[in-house]
Design a protein around this ligand. Structure first.
Ligand code: NAD
Length: 243
């Protein structure tokens, strides 16, 4: 029935969310499950995986910088319809060191590409879709975080490029660009009163975002309602970009 399709648009679909043990990724995983999908999440550490498992998630450990591990955990799935690349890191203040820069780009950008590459044959079986997590720093620079900014600018361009490359396989590739969201990743920023005030002053909706604010947009991009959307970078930012 069409009504069921709208209520559970991802019924019988299998979704994998990297970085899904925490923050934005965990909210996305729960949103996908509420839309009917069967969902597996991954996290970087045993501690994160154990906490997510205790909270009821199907969670596995995966370092997206490790090609063999990505092949084993994503490439050898029996089925995959939705891939959300949410694993990410930031090293505020340390990213002018080349080693740190390389590590951040390796996780956020190369890790995203690696997961897409291993997921592609599985997603191609039944018109799957990918959502990458970009950032406000996909659109402008960050003096304290050149690696993070370069990686997220790269994620936007990667999204557009793979949208073209994977279209023949009926795989849609989009990105969500979150504004400033209260998660462990932004704890230092939230605690920095001046920076937090500056962020709120420029955000028309006048608050920090919540992980759930990102989940709805991400779920939408994975459903048949978005069947003609590919290569889009959707800001979910309380209006920050337009202010
Ligand atoms: P978070 O710290 O709560 O979650 C980060 C997740 O990434 C965790 O599950 C962690 O295990 C995983 N991770 C980190 N390094 C990894 C690696 N090498 N391999 C695999 N997994 C790894 O942070 P969050 O704020 O929820 O961030 C999630 C994503 O959203 C990131 O890509 C981040 O860049 C992006 N983002 C966050 C904000 C924000 O304001 N919080 C804004 C824009 C974009």
């Amino acid at each position: 029935m069409p009504g069921d399709t709208f209520a559970q648009p991802l019924a019988n679909r299998f979704a994998f969310v990297t970085g899904g043990t925490s923050g934005i990724g965990l909210a996305i995983a729960r949103g996908l499950a509420a839309a009917g999908a069967t969902v597996r999440v991954s996290g970087l550490t045993d501690h994160e995986v154990a906490a997510a498992t205790t909270a009821g998630e199907d969670a596995v450990r995966l370092d997206v910088a490790d090609g063999d591990a990505v092949e084993a955990v994503i490439g050898r799935l029996n089925r995959l319809d939705v891939l959300v690349n949410c694993a990410g890191m930031i090293r505020r203040g340390a990213e002018h060191e080349a080693d740190v820069f390389e590590q951040v780009v390796g996780v956020n950008l190369v890790g995203t590409m690696r997961c897409c590459t291993f997921a592609r044959p599985l997603l191609a079986r039944d018109g799957g879709s990918i959502v990458n997590i970009a950032s406000m720093l996909s659109f402008f620079g960050g003096g304290l975080v050149p690696g993070y900014s370069a990686s997220k600018g790269g994620v936007a361009q990667l999204t557009r490029s793979l949208a073209i490359a994977y279209a023949a396989d009926r795989i849609r590739v989009n990105a969500v660009a979150p504004g400033w969201i209260a998660t462990p990743l932004t704890e230092a920023l939230q605690a920095d009163e001046a920076r937090s005030r500056a962020i709120l002053d420029r955000t028309p909706l006048q608050r920090w975002g919540k992980p759930d604010d990102i989940a709805g947009a991400c779920v939408f991009l994975c459903t048949p309602a978005a069947a003609f959307i590919t290569g889009a970078i959707l800001p979910v930012d309380g209006g920050y970009l337009c202010a």
